[in-house]
Every structure is written in structure tokens, then in C-alpha cells.
Design a protein around this ligand. Structure first.
Ligand code: ADP
Ligand code: MG
Length: 356
């Protein structure tokens, strides 16, 4: 099916109106996105929303019900036509590493080079191990390695056949927070150095933001927004994205003008014009970084919750029954529960949704 296809676009990967699932039920419903050469994309969403199912369809393990998947302008999946996984030039890395326990690190990586033999193969394996900083552990066995090291081996093995695209399914979930952060940045560097595109599946928004160029936020098998991290945070397309991505909550407001909303935190003015009529009731998104401490301010909500986090403290403030919100202050700004604290809203990005 890859023969004689005429190139359509410059995209590396195009997913058009994809639907797929198991048995009779569709899990993934009519999703579309496209990834540029060299970019790292992300499927971000709560557990069970269909992320791994999409990866299985991309890898060719799952036939699709509707739409199409194109890789380098060749159609690799259509309803009733699925190019076999081994013919796709797609590599996979899983959460549980899936290394061969009875093989050394070098042999695990060499497994990706089944068709090559001799000194050339060894040279290539050592190059890959150097890339993932494991050249000294070539002759060790997986059980002698830490989780992070095992995942580096899995990555080297997936990179060995020089795939066009790498799929990573929650690859850092079994690692502790610190290592997860370091390894995700390392993996990003490695992929960028090689110019290899990837799709990362994760439910961790910080990981998605740190590692990926484009992120799809998924809910119940549907893409809510496909965008760069900055826009997902500052220009969420709907309430779900606003709540799932980043911290924050909603306070009630009333529209005064296209970019102006009256709330109990005063008049909030933003950088985008809405089309609502004046007087429309809305919910305004308040992020912890939208609130600043201002001793001159007459607005004095009370502290109802306080979570110390080292360099910063997360406060929950109450202005009234309806208006509660969170703020992140540097931890030297130390207030006690019940204290009235002068604050001011400083939000460049005004995000609001009509009250339903
Ligand atoms: P995620 O990776 O986002 O956590 P999955 O893609 O694994 O979600 O699962 C999406 C939905 O598909 C879930 O409701 C799950 O129960 C269902 N599902 C996953 N794998 C199978 C399977 N092999 N057979 C039937 N249903 C499945
Ligand atoms: Mg999954």
C-alpha cells in the first residue's frame, strides 16, 4: 500500500478523522492532528481516555474503523487496510521497559539490528549506547540497571533501526519525580539531536509541557485542543482544557465589554475580545500566577488553605462564598490561616466561559 503514493504534504504524520476501538465500540472518535518533521507531539489526558489506543493504531497493532493515518505521505492505515507494524518504520518504548532479561544491554540494543552482523553492528550498538550515556554498561544485564537506565536501553533499542517516528507510552511513569524530569529532558535532547519525531503519551501535564512541541488534550477519545503548550495554558479552548492543564479555578463574573469583566476581584481586563453581550454571566479562569500581593490594594480576601512547597506557598483565598481562588506566592510572603491579605489581579490572558 505504500507503493506509488504521491506525496501530499510536508507533514511527517497525518491523522485524519481517525476512529478506532475494540470489538463493536469506538474508543477513539474522529480525531485529527498532524506532526511536522522533527517535532515531538504529545497525547495528554486522564487515564482511560484512549491515548494508548491511538498509539496502537499508529503502530499498526490495531485496525481502524474510520479515517486514515499517513506517514511521510504514505497511507499506512485505512479501514480494512493496515500496513503491518514491522513495515512502518515506527519504534516503540513502553512504560515497563520490556527488555529481554536474559540478554545483555548491548544485545538488547542489537536486537533492533537483527539484519546486521559483525563489527559494524557492534560499532553501531556502542554509538547508540553512547548517545543514551550507557556505554560503560554494555555487558550488564537489565536486572543490574536502575529503572532510568533500563528505559535508556529501551530507547536505544527502539532507535537502532533508525525509525521515522518513535512512540513513547508513559515511558517515565515508573520513575520517581526527579529522575522522570531529568530523563524526559534527556530524551528530548536525544530525539532533537537525531532529528527523530516522536509521540509521547502521558497523563502528566508538566512532562508534556517540558518535552513536547505540540500537545493534544484528550477526553473520552476526542481531542479537545491540539496546540503548543503556551496556548494550552493561556488560551484553553474549553473548560476541560482550562481545568486539566495547569492549576486554577473559576470565579463568577459579569461582562462589561468585549475584553472586560466585572468580578468580586474588581474589573478584570484581558487581551482578547469576546462576543458576549454586556451583562452576560461568565466564569473567569484564575490561575495561581494571575494574582499578585499588593499592600496598596483594598481587596483583602482571607486565607482558607495554605500549602508550603519550599520556594513557594500555595494559598487558597476566599473573597465570598462564591469567589474562591488559589495563588502562588514566594514563600517569604508568609500569611496565617484567616489572615486578610491585600491582593490584585494581574492577568494578561483573560479566559472566561459563559455560565451554563
Ligand atoms: P489510556 O491509555 O488513555 O489510559 P486506553 O487507550 O488504554 O486509555 O483505553 C481506552 C479505553 O479502551 C478504556 O475504556 C479501556 O477500558 C478500553 N480498552 C483498552 N484496551 C482494551 C482492549 N484490549 N479491549 C477492550 N477495551 C480496551
Ligand atoms: Mg495508556
Amino acid at each position: 500500500m505504500t507503493d506509488n503514493a504521491t506525496p501530499k504534504t510536508d507533514w511527517l504524520l497525518e491523522v485524519n478523522n481517525l476512529s478506532c476501538g475494540y470489538g463493536d465500540g469506538s474508543v477513539v472518535k474522529d480525531i485529527s492532528f498532524a506532526l511536522s518533521h522533527g517535532d515531538i507531539g504529545c497525547l495528554l489526558g486522564p487515564s482511560g481516555c484512549g491515548k494508548s489506543t491511538i498509539l496502537r493504531a499508529l503502530a499498526g497493532f490495531l485496525p481502524i474503523y474510520g479515517g486514515e493515518i499517513c506517514l511521510q505521505s504514505h497511507t499506512i492505515s485505512l479501514p480494512g487496510r493496515t500496513l503491518a507494524p514491522e513495515k512502518r518504520k515506527i519504534g516503540m518504548v513502553f512504560q515497563d521497559y520490556a527488555l529481554f532479561p536474559h540478554m545483555t544491554v548491548a544485545d538488547n540494543v542489537g536486537f533492533g539490528l537483527r539484519n546486521e552482523r559483525g563489527p559494524d553492528k557492534r560499532t553501531k550498538v556502542m554509538e547508540l549506547l553512547k548517545l543514551v550515556h550507557l556505554q560503560d554498561l554494555a555487558d550488564s544485564y537489565p536486572h543490574e540497571l536502575s529503572g532510568g537506565q533500563q528505559q535508556r536501553v529501551a530507547l536505544a533499542r527502539a532507535l537502532a533501526p533508525e525509525p521515522t517516528l518513535i512512540l513513547l507510552d508513559e515511558p517515565f511513569s515508573n520513575l520517581d519525580a526527579d529522575l522522570r524530569r531529568r530523563l524526559s529532558l534527556d530524551v528530548r535532547d536525544i530525539l532533537k539531536t537525531l532529528g527523530i519525531s516522536a509521540i509521547l503519551v502521558t497523563h502528566d501535564q508538566q512532562e508534556a509541557f517540558a518535552m513536547c512541541d505540540q500537545v493534544a488534550v484528550l477526553r473520552d477519545g476526542e481531542i479537545q485542543q491540539w496546540d503548543v503548550p503556551f496556548n494550552l495554558y493561556h488560551e484553553p479552548a474549553n473548560r476541560f482544557v482550562a481545568s486539566f492543564v495547569g492549576q486554577g479555578g473559576f470565579i463568577p463574573g459579569t461582562v462589561l465589554g468585549p475584553d472586560t469583566i466585572q468580578s468580586e476581584l474588581g474589573v478584570i481586563r484581558g487581551n482578547r475580545a469576546y462576543k458576549w453581550q454586556n451583562g452576560t454571566l461568565v466564569d473567569v479562569l484564575i490561575r495561581p500566577d494571575d494574582i499578585v500581593y499588593d499592600p496598596e490594594s483594598g481587596l483583602k480576601p482571607r486565607v482558607v488553605e495554605k500549602t508550603f512547597a519550599g520556594t513557594s506557598t500555595l494559598y487558597r483565598f476566599r473573597m465570598s462564598e462564591e469567589t474562591e481562588f488559589e495563588t502562588l506566592f514566594r514563600s517569604h510572603l508568609d500569611f496565617h490561616l484567616g489572615e486578610a491579605v491585600p491582593i490584585r489581579v494581574e492577568a494578561d490572558h483573560l479566559i472566561a466561559f459563559e455560565r451554563t
